[in-house]
Design a protein around this ligand. Structure first.
Ligand SMILES: [Zn+2]
Length: 145
């Protein structure tokens, strides 16, 4: 009896959390609009991420500041992101819905010692642009071709 009473509130919280996420406004529609023409499969939700930004300068990359990514590709603004490969494998296409309403698609082409877990680092051509991006929250989806 005591055990059942203890578990009940935890289950209620879990259920409430799921419902709130499924009904998040503005999430379902843009995904379909943005991906229907290009992708056959439904995007796979990866959850809430922290999205930061970097460039190839020595401030952002230290000794690795030559613009070449961990996958050997040239970093490209508007496409290249650094990810934790355990969370988003190299080569993955992802859709990023920023909490301010902005939307972007990127390709995981880089990694970084500071990029772990639910964290994406977006590549920019200049340090100024990276600073302007700042630290932002987003919902991230894995796109499968
Ligand atoms: Zn920089």
């Amino acid at each position: 009896m005591n055990k059942a009473l203890f578990l009940a509130p935890a289950i209620a919280i879990l259920l409430t959390g799921n419902v709130a996420k499924a009904e998040a406004p503005g999430i379902d529609k843009p995904i379909q609009a943005a991906t229907a023409a290009v992708y056959d499969l439904q995007p796979l939700p990866l959850g809430d991420f922290t999205v930061t930004a970097y460039c190839s300068c020595s401030i952002c990359c230290g000794q690795w500041s030559d613009g070449t990514t961990a996958t050997g590709k040239r970093a490209t603004a508007g496409r290249t992101i650094a990810t934790d490969p355990e969370v988003i494998p190299a080569g993955s296409h992802v859709a990023v819905y920023y909490e301010d309403g902005a939307y972007a698609e990127y390709i995981a082409e880089d990694t970084g010692s500071g990029v772990n877990g639910q964290h994406i680092d977006v590549y920019y051509n200049t340090h100024q642009e990276a600073l302007q991006h700042g630290v932002r929250a987003a919902q991230v989806y894995l796109l499968e071709e």
